[in-house]
Design a protein around this ligand. Structure first.
Ligand code: RUB
Length: 411
């Protein structure tokens, strides 16, 4: 078994290609160990290996030394994994291979999986988003206007009871939001039991829809130990959307929910991603997690904002976007979600780099409006309208007092 074959012509129809940044004292030797450990080998030759198991060897086919760092050499390497290594339709199994033991090997103190390329044959085993951008737009009846959706996260993120959560949700929708969601750490705590909350917020949604004549969407956070039952509960009570903390719950659960065919839009929050993605010399990049989220069936996916409160450079956010919207052998694209420290003043910039197919969410940027939630939601929607009409926010604010007040507070 040869785990290093530099310059080998890799058949991209039959291999998954993984790009790594590594730091190690011997690039080729240890890159080979990485390929071995992540496929059919281990630290020592095996008496149990059979002739036929060698077909499942991964191999390094490209290595480029970059620079010296902390007594090691840094390098980019490319590893080819035969697709027979992978179980059909299983994001968790892919991760156990290409980002499993190898990120903890002593001989490679730093290793970062920064990109993957997956062959069509394997992509086709995944269902991907059921709704995607077009499905969500059709449901929300914005498939003609094509404007960005406005969303909110009910705040304070924890502590409110179901009645107040429903009231704030109603006000958000009434003021102009399309979408209301729970926050990542609100699930089924005693102060706001899941079932009671879902019933009350969906009642508020019905009221908001009939009063505004617009479609509205609520994403209750079903993350927890009985996610299937929670999804069923939402479905039984007329809900059209659920939210999952993808990384906390795990891709297997996300895929299970997707495959169970609830026929509801799945909103993907990426809470905890920074523990995996943030350190640029180790871990897994957010674009890789974005792609895997798409494969697992997420319809609306958090990808960062550039502006706002959360870390994330423009190049990374655009890469995340590319992974979830670009052509992928016919798989539906996810609706990108920009969220985290946003207010109406950010909307022109976000639309400029994201385009109109985006869900722009504000929690504090709506519920912190000087005149409260309804006016806060109205100000967000006015900012979207201004951008769609090609008018500057300052100009639009002259005749839209909610927007004016928001800009006075935050810009
Ligand atoms: C938004 C919020 C969300 C973040 C997560 O609240 O806290 O959880 O969007 O970040 P607010 P990301 O609008 O008050 O900041 O989307 O980057 O994963």
């Amino acid at each position: 078994m040869d785990f290093v074959k530099l310059g080998e012509d890799v058949d991209k129809d039959n291999y998954l290609i993984a790009d790594f940044y590594i730091e190690t004292d011997d690039i080729l030797k240890n890159a080979g160990e990485l390929a071995k450990e992540s496929s059919n080998g281990t630290w020592t030759p095996l008496k149990t290996a059979k002739g036929y198991t060698s077909n499942l060897s991964a191999f390094v086919f490209y290595a480029k030394e970059l620079y010296e760092i902390e007594g090691n050499k840094a390098a980019y390497i490319k590893v080819a994994y035969p697709i027979e290594l992978f179980e059909d339709n299983s994001v968790p199994q892919v991760l156990s291979d290409i980002a499993g033991n190898i990120l903890g090997m002593k001989i490679i103190p730093k290793a970062r999986l920064f990109d993957i390329e997956i062959p069509q044959r394997y992509i086709k085993t995944f269902k991907g988003p059921k709704f995607g951008i077009e499905g969500v737009r059709k449901y929300m009846r914005t498939d003609k206007t094509r404007r960005p959706h406005v969303g909110t996260i009910v705040k304070p993120k924890v502590g409110l009871n179901p009645e107040d959560t429903a009231t704030i949700s109603y006000e958000s929708w009434y003021g102009g939001c399309d979408f209301v969601k729970d926050d990542e750490n609100l699930t089924n705590q005693r102060f706001c039991p899941f079932e009671d909350r879902v019933i009350k917020v969906l009642d508020a949604l019905d009221r908001a829809e009939s009063e505004t004549g617009e479609k509205k969407l609520y994403a209750p956070n079903i993350t927890g130990v009985d996610m299937t039952e929670r999804a069923q509960f939402v479905k039984d009570h007329g809900g059209a959307c659920i939210m999952v903390d993808i990384l906390v719950a795990g891709f297997s659960k996300v895929q299970e929910i997707r495959d169970q065919g609830f026929d509801m839009i799945i909103h993907g929050h990426r809470a905890m991603h920074a523990a995996i993605t943030r350190y640029e010399r180790h871990g897994i990049s957010m674009p890789v997690l974005s792609l895997l989220s798409r494969l697992s069936g997420i319809d609306q996916m958090h990808i960062g904002t550039v502006v706002g409160k959360m870390e994330g450079e423009l190049t990374e956010v655009l890469k995340n976007k590319e992974k979830i919207v670009s052509d992928l052998f016919g798989m539906n694209p996810c609706f990108p979600v920009n969220s985290g420290g946003l207010h109406p003043g950010h909307i022109p910039e976000i639309v400029q780099f994201m385009g109109d197919d985006t869900i722009i969410q504000a929690g504090g940027g709506i519920h912190g409006h000087p005149d409260g939630t309804i006016k806060g939601a109205t100000a967000m929607r006015q900012a979207v309208d201004a951008v769609m009409e090609g008018v500057s926010l300052q100009e639009y604010a002259k005749t839209h007092k909610e927007l004016k007040k928001a800009l006075e507070k935050w810009q």
